[in-house]
Design a protein around this ligand. Structure first.
Ligand code: SAM
Length: 387
């Protein structure tokens, strides 16, 4: 990625798909570059910028920091990695295909990070609600301040963000911005919010209040539960994966619902690899460490290089077990899902200078039961609960 002259047919087709029927918009993934940013990656004169070398140069290195002045690593991540409109198009398509009969209104985004998908979900229909769950309180707080605040009260009333582990979701605590204290008329001797929910302000982050647990909170059953950007790879044990899938199944509507996750793979995923993409004001770098063929573990680091000034090295780091599609299917079935579907697309070859696809092959996800190994592929896995 990122080499001069690689503004390939792939990109043109991706762009065509994005502008096509809504359902075919591209989803997010660490490999995908949202179309608007791809355009911003060009210089004003229409030429592509040259590929960066190792990236850091004489830049200030910022290791494991959240922000540098006004720049936030979460903002850079959302801009370069995520494409929630595309994901939502596919979620709607899957729901209509495998459940149908109603419009999906209630979403749970597990491993939500800054819950950008939840925000976009709320934006797409005023009746929609969203639940986000993540271990990272900093990311949840950033979401409240940056993604949800623009909706005002309406946004806060339709989203519930929980801080906790997907393996113990009932114990996860709701987080709310502290600023709501002023709205909620709180008795500090008996702190409950306007909904009667017990709450406290966390020592770890004085800007957010930690309120009731998920177990104590009344939430609508979900039409869709999702885990995107390969987040299930954060779970390393099979029994944890099955446990997590059981939790996901348990919150789905009795009228039927879907669980959707994504996965990447291919020959290039099982070796060291560095991919980068230049935008007008920063370069996004995906760095894959050694791949252990016994544990199937690899370390992924995301870096953001901002011109000659700063580099957010290891802005995000993940220790992943790269599950196979078969393992995921087996675990979803064991957890109780009735049917499992694979939607796969080939990704640009990481070693191909020209990144050309066959003239007739549109780059979109297709439901498949068999797919020959490629250099790189991306998949949605859909677990259907028709209860
Ligand atoms: C690859 S990021 C994905 C973020 C977001 N879903 C996206 O689409 O970009 C993985 C996220 O999972 C969270 N995470 C990892 N293990 C978790 C766990 N056991 N329970 C809850 N969140 C977890 C991390 O804090 C991180 O925000």
């Amino acid at each position: 990625m990122g080499k001069s002259g690689r503004k390939s047919k792939v990109s043109q087709r991706q762009r065509r798909i994005l502008h096509g029927v809504g359902d075919d918009a591209l989803p997010s993934s660490a490999y995908d570059i949202p179309e608007d940013l791809e355009v911003r990656g060009r210089r004003a004169d229409g030429e592509e910028e040259e590929e960066d070398g190792s990236g850091s140069g004489d830049a200030d290195l910022v290791e494991n920091e959240t922000s540098m002045g006004a720049l936030s690593k979460f903002d850079l991540y959302q801009q370069s990695v995520q494409s929630p409109k595309g994901d939502i198009s596919y979620l709607q398509k899957f729901f209509l295909m495998y459940v149908g009969g109603r419009r999906p209104l209630h979403l749970q985004e597990d491993f939500c990070g800054t819950a950008l998908l939840c925000s976009e979900w709320l934006h797409s229909d005023p009746r929609r609600t969203a639940v986000g769950l993540d271990l990272d309180l900093e990311a949840l707080n950033w979401c409240l301040e940056n993604n949800i605040s623009k909706f005002g009260y309406d946004g806060h009333s339709r989203i519930s963000l929980f801080h906790g582990n997907v393996l113990h979701p009932h114990k996860a605590h709701m987080v709310k911005p502290k600023v709501q204290d002023r709205i909620g008329a709180i008795d500090l001797n008996n702190p409950k919010d306007s909904m009667g929910t017990p709450q406290s302000i966390t020592d770890a982050n004085p800007r957010v209040r930690v309120c009731s647990t998920m177990e104590e909170t009344s939430l609508p059953s979900r039409d869709v539960v999702c885990a995107f950007n390969y987040s299930c790879c954060c779970l390393h044990q099979r029994e944890d994966l099955v446990k997590y899938f059981k939790h996901a199944l348990s919150v789905l509507s009795k009228k039927g619902g879907i669980f959707v996750m994504d996965l990447y793979g291919g020959i290039s995923s099982e070796r060291k690899l560095r991919l980068q993409r230049k935008f007008s004001n920063f370069t996004y770098i995906w760095e894959q460490g050694e791949f252990d063929i016994i544990s199937r573990r690899t370390r992924i680091s995301l870096h953001f290089h901002l011109g000659k000034k700063f580099t957010f090295r290891h802005a995000f780091s993940y220790d992943w077990r790269l599950w196979s599609l078969t393992e995921i299917k087996d675990c979803l079935e064991e957890a109780g899902f009735q049917s499992i579907h694979f939607w796969i697309r080939e990704m640009p070859n990481t070693e191909d200078e020209n990144l050309e696809y066959d003239a007739d092959s549109d780059v979109k996800y297709e439901e498949l039961s068999s797919f020959g190994q490629q250099d790189a592929w991306n998949a949605y896995v859909v677990g259907v609960a028709n209860l």
